[in-house]
Ligand binder design. Structure first.
Ligand SMILES: Nc1ncnc2c1ncn2[C@@H]1O[C@H](COP(=O)(O)OP(=O)(O)O)[C@@H](O)[C@H]1O
Ligand SMILES: [Mg+2]
Length: 264
């Protein structure tokens, strides 16, 4: 059975509605279909859980979903998905879901080979390197671009070319994507945003940031923000959120961060 979050079928044709309680109040509509959204944050901030629960949401909405992980083996991800009472194998058997673990070094090597073949032209076909030929997804999750980037050690210009091709591919195939970037510090808060982060931020249509908060009293909390969403009206505020067993992320749109705090 297809589930429409917020009960709206017409809205679901143009927008992907994230399966995260409270997040709907931060958008006018949702994530425009075909957007490439970067999910950014520090370690443990909730990026993987955000993607896993949206993977469940996308499957329930009848979309074809590809979840690519560079971090964890497939079986671990299937286990994490059980946290949402979701039977990944059922959707995999129906051909609606593909969970795949990749090795970032293999990708870097293949890109290297393609680039040396392409010589002058820096146009390469990323599909064989990344997207399985026999599976065209509506929604793609990549956990994470940071792992891919570290495999291109010292070759950041190659990573940039590869990213340009990837974003172009996603756009031309109208694939909605959530691309995780792990950052030691929230890169959009300071005045320094450089290198790989910058390249990816510029290319993306949307940026969602997960924060770890330290309050004055030493307590830690969680917060999130939609920083950018091309073609969509968003409420610009950093709001509290939580990670709850069985539910995943829950966003509190009416609780903007207050008082003295630091974001990490
Ligand atoms: N079942 C759960 N119930 C509550 N919190 C959880 C659960 N599983 C993980 N978490 C919390 O989520 C955090 C990890 O989120 P994750 O998405 O893996 O982070 P990231 O991918 O950003 O590194 C952990 O630090 C943990 O506190
Ligand atoms: Mg993670």
């Amino acid at each position: 059975m297809v589930k429409y979050y917020y009960g709206d079928k017409d809205r679901a044709k143009k927008y992907f509605l994230p399966k995260v309680e409270g997040i709907d109040k931060l958008f006018a509509n949702g994530v425009p279909i075909g957007s490439a959204v970067v999910v950014e944050g520090g370690p443990g901030s909730g990026k993987t859980i955000f993607c896993l629960q949206n993977c469940v949401g996308a499957c329930e909405q009848g979309k074809k979903v590809l979840f690519m992980s560079f971090e964890e083996p497939e079986d671990n991800l299937r286990d994490h998905l059980k946290m949402f009472n979701f039977d990944a194998e059922k959707y995999e058997k129906k051909g609606l879901l593909r969970i795949k673990r990749f090795n970032a070094l293999d990708i870097a090597r293949s890109v290297e080979a393609l680039l040396s073949e392409a010589k002058k032209e820096l146009l390469i076909d990323v599909q064989p390197v990344l997207i399985p030929q026999d599976f065209q997804p509506d929604i793609l999750f990549i956990d994470s671009l940071t792992s891919i980037s570290s495999a291109f050690s010292g070759e950041s210009s190659r990573f940039r070319i590869y990213m340009e091709q990837l974003f172009r591919y996603l756009e031309s195939h109208n694939i909605t994507s959530f691309l995780i970037m792990e950052t030691p510090h929230p890169v959009h808060l300071g005045n320094v945003i450089a290198g790989v982060d910058q390249a990816v931020s510029f290319l993306s249509d949307g940026i969602i940031i997960m924060y770890s908060v330290i309050y004055e009293n030493g307590k830690r909390g969680r917060a999130m923000e939609i920083l950018k969403m091309r073609g969509e009206e968003i409420h610009r505020k950093i709001v509290e959120m939580d990670i709850i067993n069985g539910k995943g992320l829950v966003v509190y749109p009416n609780k903007p961060l207050k008082g003295k705090f630091q974001l990490t």
